[in-house]
Design a protein around this ligand. Structure first.
Ligand code: ADE
Length: 249
């Protein structure tokens, strides 16, 4: 069981986004729990204000330390130990599959979603353990990045995916992209499903899929291909055949 706690100004966005489809089912099965804490509920300002101008001038407003800290305390007080607190920010380390795997081993995770021009540095120093970005682009707030990360982490928690789903979720640890896949009909707009896939020869199908994965990775993600090739210097013939072809992109 992994508990996600999201400190946000838009709790409905987080709750609606994360309670659908596979994650909604996982919450129902109690493999994970997801709580969104409204930072605004913790402001001591009588008008419900959570932001103010930045000292030293400059455009935009900053989220103030007090409501963020008190929202954090409301969560931290009911949890054991010192859960990691992830501040989603374009200034953080770029999120990747290995990080998702590592975070999936935690029992509780707290996400802090910033808005406006950011959050007062002092509260970040006080509570944040990890600064994480989802990529080199800037979004309007931290909710979408937090949701992306929670989805990637949650699907690695035991029980979240069904067996048939997890078979296709070996992620990026093999550094190869997924091979092309086909479903019925056999012919669509004059395009045939590759003959080998209809052969019933599983060894040949595996071989074909690996070749396709390698070719596709080389063409689309030369960086991943180099990594894979470096780890598989002994070559495809030496039993790497069944590694690495079953993943979703
Ligand atoms: N907040 C705004 N943009 C972001 C990004 N790219 N990653 C994480 N948090 C963000």
């Amino acid at each position: 069981m992994l508990g996600f706690h999201v400190l946000t100004l838009f709790p409905e966005m987080v709750m609606q986004g994360l309670h659908t489809s596979i994650l909604g089912r996982a919450v129902g099965k109690q493999c994970i729990s997801i709580e969104a804490v409204n930072i605004r509920d913790y402001t001591t300002d009588k008008h419900g204000k959570v932001d103010d101008y930045t000292y030293g001038g400059g455009a935009g407003m900053l989220m103030q330390a007090q409501p963020v800290y008190d929202a954090y305390l409301s969560v931290a007080r009911k949890l054991e130990g010192n859960p990691r607190v992830i501040y989603v920010t374009p200034q953080g380390k770029t999120f990747h599959q290995e990080m998702a795997k590592e975070l999936a081993k935690e029992e509780e995770l707290i996400f802090l979603c910033g808005h406006y021009e950011g959050v007062d540095e002092r509260v970040l120093e006080e509570i944040v353990t990890d600064y994480v970005s989802i990529g080199d682009y800037v979004l309007t707030g931290g909710e979408l990045p937090a949701m992306v990360m929670i989805d990637a982490i949650a699907r690695l928690v035991p029980g979240v995916l069904h067996n048939d789903e997890s078979a296709t979720t070996e992620s990026f640890h093999n550094d190869l992209l997924e091979y092309p896949q086909y479903s019925r009909p056999e012919v669509w707009r004059d395009k045939r499903v590759p003959e080998i896939l209809l052969s019933g020869n599983h060894a040949k199908v595996d071989e074909w899929r690996l070749e396709q994965s390698i070719e596709r990775t080389k063409r689309l993600r030369p960086d991943l291909y180099e990594k894979w090739a470096g780890r598989n210097v002994t070559g495809v013939s030496k039993g790497v055949k069944h590694q690495g072809v079953k993943q979703q992109n």
